[in-house]
Design a protein around this ligand. Structure first.
Ligand code: TNX
Length: 466
């Protein structure tokens, strides 16, 4: 790939014009610090050869921010410099995009770069349809390549429960075996989750675990009957309706359940945030809904973490620094504006732009269309700060794409829906607004698409109209 074809577009690129770095010799990676080792191993597994130097540095001439980096490629070596290992992971992603595989070389270039938003994520629903660890690693590879830093796993819903909770074995023993009709079932053991987290960590990506309450809870109420007023378990559910299931604020079992599941999720989380869900609890009044959201948030806080939740939680009494995830552009956004004025942060996931389970057009086979068709251009050509009028830019922490899996069941269907739109979301999240341009993006991902094909990934071939 030519330096000017990098996705997402960097802040500053200078094509040096000198001889390229050859990659045909033995690989020689030097690190300034043992903390660089995981990124070095990722690079070694992709680059295959060449002289590469990774350096952690406080050099004030680097662009501002934890994820900023400098990449200087000359005939002698590739020098990757950043303040943090995460910044080095971003430099590594830029470097591997530049590799010309046929010529076994990388063009001489200087790149200086830093992201626009601190939170750049993908939310993946593994509850409706399960995706095994090896497939999650493929998704993480894509997130790494497009400089995302967050993989949010939607682990529980009406159709299945996907995370081992040691104190609540029936959740996975019973509801790990169910799924949406047409989808796969399964669950992640603690060891599986550690594998996912360490694969992600080496690539500068953190995992956010979502346990969705007080609606979307049929997998829990199917496994533990004491969560229901009758004391009897609910039936398993494999349909695609939403909003019918619920917890009960007045049942004594509910609080213990929240303490167990959020305590476990917090313990498994390296970062600051645990996602409490909060969407579409349609079978209860507002007072009970808010009580349950605040109980879930309390359980997370007692376990030492902050909360993130879907936009419906905006009316709850939230601690400053809580994140509210905007998703439904059809609804009144004024509660989010008020919550932001009280110190909440907003994460932008407008369904008509970044819900990548939405079909591209009427002929798309996987996916849904309740938010309309989402073309590549829809995912690219929008401004995160303009989604909600009257919100101060500092309240907006970033953007997160969504991938719900009621109608996306295999890895091929998943990557077909992600590519190329995930690259568009990555650029909206990373690249300064004034540097983005649709025509340029279209031509840059044409080069990028060769890599998807080489990797054997299914992708939507005509999405850019090439
Ligand atoms: C709405 S988006 C939901 C999910 C569905 C999705 C389907 C959100 C917070 N809730 O339960 O899977 O639509 O696209």
């Amino acid at each position: 790939m030519k330096p000017k074809e990098i996705v997402p577009l960097p802040l500053f690129v200078d094509v040096l014009g000198g001889p390229a770095l050859r990659l045909d010799e033995r690989i020689d990676i030097r690190v300034s610090d043992a903390n660089c080792q995981p990124v070095a191993e990722v690079l070694a597994s992709i680059a295959g050869g060449g002289a590469i130097r990774l350096e952690l540095s406080d050099d004030p001439s680097l662009p501002a921010g934890e994820e900023a980096y400098r990449l200087l490629v000359t005939a002698e070596e590739a020098a990757l410099t950043a303040r943090t290992p995460v910044g080095l992971a971003r430099a590594a992603a830029a470097f591997v995009q530049l590799i010309d595989g046929e010529m076994a070389q990388v063009p001489a270039v200087l790149i200086e770069d830093a992201p626009r938003f601190p939170w750049r994520g993908l939310s993946l629903d593994v509850a409706r349809s399960f995706f095994p660890v090896s497939e999650i690693e493929v998704v993480i590879d894509l997130l790494f390549r497009y400089r995302f830093n967050t993989l949010h796993l939607h682990l529980t819903d009406d159709q299945g429960w996907r995370l081992e909770i040691p104190s609540r074995p029936r959740l996975t023993e019973i509801s790990g075996r169910t799924a949406v009709k047409g989808g796969r079932s399964g669950h992640y053991s603690l060891k599986d989750l550690e594998r996912i987290a360490s694969y992600a960590r080496a690539r500068g990506i953190r995992i956010v675990l979502e346990i969705d309450v007080p609606g979307h809870t049929n997998a829990a109420t199917h496994a533990y009957g004491d969560l229901n007023p009758s004391g009897a378990p609910t039936e398993a559910y494999d349909g695609i309706e939403v909003g019918f299931s619920r917890l009960h604020a007045d049942l004594p079992a509910t609080e213990a359940f929240l303490a167990d599941v959020y305590g476990a999720a917090a313990e498994l989380t390296e970062g600051d945030y645990v996602h409490i869900g909060g969407d579409e609890a349609l079978e209860m009044g507002l007072t009970e809904y808010l009580r349950l959201v605040e109980a879930a948030a309390g359980a997370v806080h007692r376990a030492g973490k902050r909360i993130i939740g879907w936009q419906e939680i905006a009316g709850a009494d939230l601690e400053p620094g809580s994140v509210i995830q905007f998703w439904d552009p059809r609804r009144d956004a004024s509660p989010l504006v008020e919550a932001a004025s009280r110190g909440a942060l907003l994460l932008m996931s407008p369904a008509d732009r970044v819900y990548l389970d939405m079909k591209y057009d009427a002929a798309t086979m996987p996916g849904q269309d309740w938010a309309g068709y989402v073309t590549l251009r829809d995912s690219y050509d929008w401004e995160p700060l303009a989604q909600i009028p009257d919100v101060l830019p500092d309240s907006i922490v970033g953007i997160e794409a969504g991938m719900w899996t009621e109608a996306v069941h295999s890895l091929d269907e998943l990557t077909y829906m992600l590519l190329p739109r995930l690259a568009a979301v990555g650029e909206v999240a990373w690249t300064a607004a004034e540097h983005r341009d649709w025509e340029g993006f279209k031509s840059r991902i044409e080069a990028e698409s060769q890599w998807w094909s080489e990797q054997g990934l299914a992708w939507r071939g005509d999405a850019a109209g090439w």
